[in-house]
Design a protein. Structure first.
Length: 129
């Protein structure tokens, strides 16, 4: 049978292990927003909100020029989450990508990148949520 000091140490060790493995996702009340500029004249916006264990990611790119084709990538904690190709609309010169991701334990690192092959312009956006 363990001694009293041994039981105290065992209790502390088990309690610490429980705290590190059972960290529930904390619902965030406010969305996280970032805005910025690209390597030329375009602008980007990135917004993340959380709802019931899912992250809703909204990335908007505004070049002010219609009919441009952009290749884009979304990454979540360094892993490629989704890729695609979007064309800016004539009337606005913008496009939006909306995706849902799992809200992983701890801080989620979301990045959005878009490249316009014809002009060489690159947009990079990131949020730690």
């Amino acid at each position: 049978m363990p001694t009293r000091p041994g039981l105290v140490l065992l209790s502390l060790a088990l309690g610490a292990a429980a705290l590190t493995t059972a960290s529930p996702a904390v619902a965030r009340d406010e969305p996280e927003r970032r805005v910025g500029t690209c390597t030329a004249s375009s602008d980007w916006k990135l917004r993340v909100t959380e709802d019931e264990g899912r992250l809703r990611v909204v990335a908007t790119l505004d070049s002010g020029v219609g009919d441009q084709v952009w290749n884009w990538t979304l990454r979540h904690n360094g892993d490629e989450s989704d890729i695609g190709r979007k064309e800016t609309r004539d009337e606005s010169g913008a496009f939006t990508v909306v995706r849902s991701m799992i809200d992983l334990p701890g801080t989620d690192f979301i990045t959005f990148r878009a490249d316009q092959a014809r002009t060489g312009e690159v947009c990079r956006a990131s949020i730690d949520y």
